[in-house]
Design a protein around this ligand. Structure first.
Ligand code: FAD
Length: 417
């Protein structure tokens, strides 16, 4: 069968072969549905979003994708360090309230996304590389099919699958074409990042931990160690922060590293392996996550902020919930997409949003650097950091806003980032 015929044969068409797209494809194919993916690029390609959370492992296991990933030997991430000058606050995923996986991985996304794509292709899911969604029309009524036009070089193909999952990430093709994009409340921020090699790492269980290093001038820096000796280092701040540094991205990156003692020690002598890239205004949201014949997954719908590495976790959460609802829909059941998909995803995003806000206004730091911080509370926070934002038994999930404020009332005066 040609690729054109394979796409025409699909009940479900997925736009984008990032983690949201491939995990949704794996789950639907596993349930016996004819599903295909169109992907604008050809893999491997660079992508940001390299630090996973343990909750991802549940979704990758459900899609039977863990064995293919295990074989890649990624660095095991057992937790996180938050650093502020001489202060250090560590979280080990073995100590989380919700239980579950006590580790996850730090993944170079070129390799991770290609591994997922190859695993789903091996199960018979066609991936049409360098095929770009250009236009989309939602289903005109119950039982009708959505329509999309797909460009491959000079050729345009019209497709009418039963359902479309938009997993186009920052492409956000359906949200843009259906006018679903909405402004976010957070101030615009910028990230400057590259890979380097030769950093001074801890040994043993802590070797793969992520660092979130707080810079005194209202910025933070991630340090993500990979198994092959490379390390991802990226700075996040409001645009003004970068004005104090050279215009040249490599010089700016090096000057920022040199300006913070923890980074200076860990990254002594490290050079950027490629000119640092910059991303700005990446936070996004939409007015709705589904409509007639379509559902938005992962970043194609919403992206909060890189601070707690929630992006891939939420992308997989949405892939899993959407594929469960879609399986029922394809069997002919009436599905309440608001109840089964939109509300749980919005709730999960909201929990992370509270912690992202608390990070940038300094409340989260007050909690984690407090000298008398209660171990039971740290276990609950650790669960949030592990991505278990659907665990309503955890008061720091169920009453996220109230609990954060309640706790802070008993702590000392604010100290913002
Ligand atoms: C600075 C920064 C740091 C981050 N760090 C982390 C982190 O440490 N951990 C984490 O979990 N998340 C992180 N994220 C978020 C992470 O990048 C995303 O949440 C994640 O990649 C979302 O996955 P996805 O599958 O939804 O989309 P993507 O990974 O973006 O995949 C979408 C795919 O769709 C394809 N596509 C786009 N348009 C079209 C089209 N028209 N037709 C066909 N295909 C198309 C693209 O080529 C792409 O391959 C970070 C984000 C930023 C901005």
């Amino acid at each position: 069968m040609s690729m054109q015929e394979a796409l025409e044969d699909c009940e479900v068409l997925i736009v984008g072969a990032g983690p949201a797209g491939t995990v949704a494809a794996a789950l639907l194919a596993q349930a016996g549905h004819r599903v295909g993916i169109i992907e604008r690029d050809r893999f491997p390609r660079f992508q940001i979003g390299e630090s996973l959370l343990p909750r991802c492992m549940d979704h990758l296991a459900a899609a039977n994708l863990l064995p293919a990933l295990e074989a890649r030997g990624y660095a095991r991430k057992h937790g996180a360090w938050f650093l502020r000058g001489d202060e250090r606050s560590g979280f080990d995923f073995a100590e989380q309230f919700s239980g579950g996986y006590d580790y996850t991985w730090q993944v170079p996304r070129d390799d991770f996304d290609l591994t997922l794509a190859e695993a789903v292709m091996a199960r018979g899911v066609p991936i049409a590389w360098e095929h770009q969604l250009e236009h989309f029309r939602p289903a005109s009524g119950p039982g009708e099919a959505p329509e999309l036009s797909v460009r491959h070089g000079d050729r345009i193909q019209l497709l009418r699958p039963r359902w479309v999952l938009d997993a186009s990430g920052y492409g956000r093709v359906l949200a843009r074409s259906l006018d679903l994009c909405r402004p976010v409340a957070a101030p615009p921020r910028r990230a400057l990042f590259t890979h380097t090699r030769g950093d001074q790492r801890e040994c043993g269980r802590n070797a793969g931990r992520i660092w979130a290093c707080i810079h005194p001038d209202q910025a933070w820096i991630w340090v993500i160690p990979f198994a092959d000796g490379r390390t991802s280092v990226g700075m996040v701040a409001e645009p003004d922060f970068f004005q104090a540094y050279p215009d040249d991205p490599a010089q700016a990156w090096q000057a920022i590293v040199a300006s913070e003692p923890n980074l200076r020690r860990r990254l002594a002598g490290c050079q950027p392996l490629f000119p640092p890239r910059s991303l700005a205004d990446y936070s996004a949201t939409v007015s709705r996550l589904h409509g007639p014949g379509y559902t938005l997954l992962g970043n194609a719908a919403e992206f909060l902020d890189p601070i707690f590495s929630s992006g891939v976790t939420l992308a997989l959460e949405s892939a899993r919930l959407a594929s469960e609802s879609l399986q029922r829909q394809l069997k002919g059941e009436t599905v309440d997409w608001d109840a089964s998909f939109e509300r749980p995803i919005r709730q999960a995003v909201d929990v992370f949003r509270s912690y992202v806000q608390a990070w940038y206004d300094g409340r989260f730091q007050r909690l984690i650097f407090a000298e008398d911080s209660d171990p039971a509370i740290r276990r609950m926070l650790c669960s949030v950091l592990a991505g278990h934002v659907d665990d309503k038994r955890n008061p720091f999930v169920a009453q996220h806003r109230r609990k954060l404020d309640q706790l802070l009332r008993v702590l000392s005066a604010p100290r913002s980032l």
